[in-house]
Design a protein around this ligand. Structure first.
Ligand code: MN
Length: 331
């Protein structure tokens, strides 16, 4: 596996290891509304810093989504709202799974302006911010990069860190189904299973189980599913009332956009989540034909070729019209 990796990548791994070995009192942070890979990657860094007897703090703006709370060490990750601000701003920061620095959200308030930053990520739109950047665009997950890093660091893996890494791989590949499920991903997953990781239990919890609130939200979303006359673009929307009345939380929105995208013949699926009267979060999913990261970037967002997103200011109806028109231009 290692020989497939470029010299540049190997050097970046080495530099990242040096950064981690020499750091202390580090803030480990992932993006706002963290997903499985963001949480897993945060935990893996914490696990490694424990091995090396470093002090650190794990945090993100929103804390750990409910279905990820069973992960080892997950109770160590704090949220911006629930944690006390540090007395002194952090001078050393490790950002995982964050395409750009702004994606850490309000946590930026806890960080010194001249802080040393290590940036570990796999998003194609990552701009290599920070003092040290470890980026591999063709990695399926940040967790996949961290597996390479742990091997290079020469630490012995155990079931605990295996469970974290496996969770990142599983969630960012959609259960080992997306096109990013490479031979390398599968061989890493295989190594992790050998550590005793319970792949089936993790999959059951993260891919199969649904909360009642999530089901009710899907019900509402589906009742509004709309397509262009040629049925190549499909979309649905969710309002703040939907969230309130169903008792759903943000993580319950995950996968909803796929109901639009997965219909036969549809090239792009869109989910519009109204945040308030003046802003809407847009999630985009595409078939191989369309690069939604470019579309998202034109609205100030970013992401991957087949999965991207952005936040747009304006009224819901206007934004739906604008984004659908923009997608039409790409077909
Ligand atoms: Mn990721």
């Amino acid at each position: 596996m290692a020989e497939m990796l470029s010299d540049r990548y190997a050097e970046d791994i080495e530099r990242a290891c040096e950064f981690l070995r020499s750091c202390d009192d580090a803030l480990v942070v992932s993006h706002v509304q963290p997903d499985g890979d963001a949480i897993s990657s945060t935990l893996v860094i914490g696990w490694l810093l424990d091995k090396w007897n470093k002090t650190y703090r794990l945090v993100n703006e929103n804390g750990v989504p409910g279905r990820l709370r069973d992960l080892p060490m997950a109770d160590q990750i704090g949220s911006y709202a629930d944690e006390d601000a540090p007395e002194k701003k952090y001078e050393t920061v490790i950002c995982v799974d964050c395409a750009d620095y702004a994606r850490i959200g309000k946590i930026a308030n806890w960080i010194a302006p001249d802080a040393r930053i290590l940036n570990i990520d796999h998003h194609p739109t990552n701009d290599r911010y920070g003092e040290a950047a470890l980026i591999r665009h063709n990695a399926a997950a940040t967790a996949e990069i961290l597996y390479d890093l742990l091997l290079a660091a020469g630490v012995e893996l155990d079931e605990q860190v295996g469970t974290m890494l496996y969770t990142g791989l599983l969630t960012d590949t959609g259960g080992f189904r997306y096109s990013n499920t490479t031979p390398h991903v599968m061989s890493v997953a295989s190594e992790l299973l050998k550590l005793g990781v319970e792949g089936n239990t993790i999959a059951e919890r993260l891919l199969e189980t649904m909360s009642m609130a999530q089901l009710k939200l899907i019900q509402r979303g589906l009742s509004r599913l709309t397509f262009t006359p040629d049925q190549r673009i499909g979309w649905l929307f969710i309002t703040p009332e939907d969230m309130r009345e169903t008792g759903a939380v943000n993580e319950d929105l995950e996968g909803l956009v796929n109901y639009a995208r997965n219909v036969e013949g549809v090239d792009v699926g869109l989910l519009f989540k109204q945040i308030d009267e003046q802003s809407v979060k847009v999630s985009m999913r595409s078939s191989e034909r369309v690069d939604v990261s470019a579309i998202a970037q034109s609205f100030g967002g970013g992401g991957h070729v087949r999965a991207a997103g952005c936040k747009v200011s304006g009224a819901l109806d206007d934004i739906i019209r604008q984004v659908v028109e923009r997608v039409k231009q790409e077909l």
